[in-house]
Write a protein that binds this ligand. Sequence first.
Ligand SMILES: [Zn+2]
Ligand SMILES: [Zn+2]
Length: 134
Amino acid sequence: MHNNKQNHRTTQQRKVILEELKKVKSHPAADEIYRMVRKRLPRISLGTVYRNLEVLSELKEIQQIELAGSLKRFDGNPENHYHLRCIICGRIDDAPFELENNLEKQMRTFTDYTIISHKLEFIGICPECSSKLP
Ligand SMILES: [Zn+2]
Ligand SMILES: [Zn+2]
């Protein structure tokens, strides 16, 4: 059963997780967010951080970046935007341009699907990894 003290703690934990995630542009995985949050809430568990990340995603306060075959990454910006991803180190950056709403408009003219949204990810090799290549 949840008492008020517990509810207060849950709200506080969620607030700290959201604040820490919004501070960074690195699109961290859950274990990285756990390390950041633990500096402020030393007794929090990885499971609690993970559960809160799921709840925050459901509430659309943050978003998850789905990646095939690797750890889920989280983004403190819930708005749709494009990403650049390094295939070597897994670094993810925001792509420096606006959403292309024309893509959805065009797709509507080609299909009977009701288009809700679209995702776009650029895949490449980041500057650091490029400089280490032979
Ligand atoms: Zn890289
Ligand atoms: Zn992003």
